[in-house]
Design a protein around this ligand. Structure first.
Ligand code: ADP
Ligand code: MG
Length: 281
């Protein structure tokens, strides 16, 4: 293959930059040498280049989606020990990981005691959604309520709501730890009603429905919130004792070989929960 003159090369890079094709810019010369060596025709060369550009774009977009979701820590379904939580139907969770509920604008609600894997499953499902191209945002519920109240004070509420409206999936983690103020509960209700049939929600809570008034204040608001949330919703109960406690007990029982037994049991190398002293949360 004839080498392009230096001037033409500069021009080519300029055009590729103007067309925003950074991967083609970076790879075109190397691939051209390879194509020449392989006797590949022009169209094959072009196909290889455009494939590389597309792959790199998709990788970057997935990275951006993950970053924009603000997961507190990555979790996966592979690292979830379903045998330790028999009330959770593995098949159903795997089905949810296919994300068809998001296309149907349905919700998922995880209800159970602390440490029973609600947040783990919520993050794992939301990360699966991210990798399939859905726009996702994770919030601890108190964090979202604080943001909403602050945005209202600063008149930024419309902006925040329009950002939320662009999501495909909104995760509200830990409904129930702190009661919301009256304003906070109303703003939260507003978010949940706006999401109704437009954005899927995954909500985790340690509270049975009858106790939701403790967080949302009025019975009227609680009824209306539950009505929207649970209409077309998969409710998954994570029954049983805390995984953290179970894990801590296993370590106490086997102090000598505890470390090895623990790491063989869980595929996740470091679960900060124990080190963070959250057992008694
Ligand atoms: P919850 O949100 O119900 O309070 P988490 O999901 O935060 O509980 O779980 C507490 C810790 O235990 C997390 O580090 C989580 O990854 C881990 N965990 C909980 N259940 C399981 C499980 N069945 N398999 C593997 N890890 C688990
Ligand atoms: Mg949790």
């Amino acid at each position: 293959m004839k080498q392009l003159e230096a001037k033409s090369m500069v021009l080519l890079h300029h055009h590729l930059k103007a067309l925003r094709l950074p991967t083609i810019t970076a790879e075109c010369e190397k691939l051209a040498r390879q194509a020449a060596a392989d006797n590949a025709d022009h169209l094959t060369y072009l196909l290889q280049l455009t494939e590389l550009e597309l792959l790199e774009r998709e990788r970057k977009a997935a990275e951006r989606r993950l970053k924009a979701a603000y997961f507190p820590t990555p979790k996966s379904l592979e690292s979830f020990d379903f045998s330790a939580r028999p009330s959770v139907n593995k098949l159903m969770i795997c089905e949810l990981a296919r994300c068809e509920y998001i296309d149907r604008r349905e919700n998922v609600l995880f209800v159970g005691n602390p440490g029973t894997g609600k947040t783990h499953l919520a993050i794992a499902l939301a990360m699966a959604a991210c990798s399939k191209g859905y726009r996702v945002r994770f919030f601890r519920l108190t964090e979202l309520v604080t943001l909403l109240v602050e945005a209202r004070d600063e008149r930024g509420l419309l902006g925040l709501k329009s950002r939320l409206a662009k999501l495909d999936l909104l995760v509200l983690d830990e409904l129930g730890y702190v009661p919301a103020s009256k304003v906070g509960a109303e703003l939260l209700f507003d978010v949940i009603s706006s999401a109704y049939e437009r954005t899927s929600l995954i909500v985790t809570t340690n509270l049975p429905f009858e106790s939701w008034t403790e967080v949302l204040g009025s019975e009227r608001l609680t009824g209306a919130t539950l009505d929207r949330l649970t209409h077309r919703c998969q409710i998954i109960e994570t029954k049983g004792e805390s995984y953290r406690l179970r894990d801590a007990r296993a370590k106490i029982r086997k102090p000598a070989s505890g470390e090895r037994a623990g790491s063989a049991h869980h595929k996740e190398p470091s679960r900060g929960a124990l080190e963070g002293g959250q057992i008694s949360r």
